[in-house]
Design a protein. Structure first.
Length: 155
């Protein structure tokens, strides 16, 4: 079977918007968690900016790689990459001495390493601008898989 080449539009749109919002999202969740605990994260701005820059680069690289991977070979999804990316802000907050908090037991049970409750549940939790591109990409991926299975006589 000749595999579809991922069209650039859904993946490219998701990656473009992610590139715009990732640094602000990482900064916002870190500063917000610190502020909620009475800690001024802005007072250590160089260390915060270094973490934001490094994690943004890592996350966007992983996202780019995932979106370039054929849908049948993908073993994760873009939102899961964002959820994993909270490890860097979590480590930064912990190293800065910010006491850990959990939003609720459900979050703690689902994401035990997210001790500050930073992980996004939806695209809009990252940034409202990601909502539509994230949904469009997910729909495109589902459609591609269903078409392939239909072509294979499996659906």
């Amino acid at each position: 079977m000749d595999r579809d080449v991922q069209p650039p539009e859904p993946a490219q749109q998701l990656l473009e918007v992610a590139t715009e919002v990732v640094p602000d999202w990482l900064r916002r969740i870190t500063v917000g968690a610190a502020a909620a605990a009475g800690f001024d994260a802005e007072s250590v701005s160089p260390a915060l900016e270094s973490m934001v820059e490094l994690e943004s680069e890592r996350l966007l690289g992983a996202l780019s790689q995932l979106l370039a991977t054929d849908v049948d070979d993908q073993r994760t999804n873009p939102l899961s990459l964002f959820r994993a990316a909270v490890a860097a802000p979590t480590a930064w907050l912990s190293a800065a001495g910010v006491p850990a908090t959990r939003a609720d037991r459900f979050t703690g049970d689902l994401f035990p390493d997210d001790t500050y409750g930073l992980g996004p549940a939806t695209w809009s939790d990252i940034d409202p601008r990601l909502h539509e591109p994230g949904l469009i990409w997910g729909a495109w991926k589902a459609m591609t898989i269903l078409r392939r299975r239909s072509d294979e006589g499996l659906r």
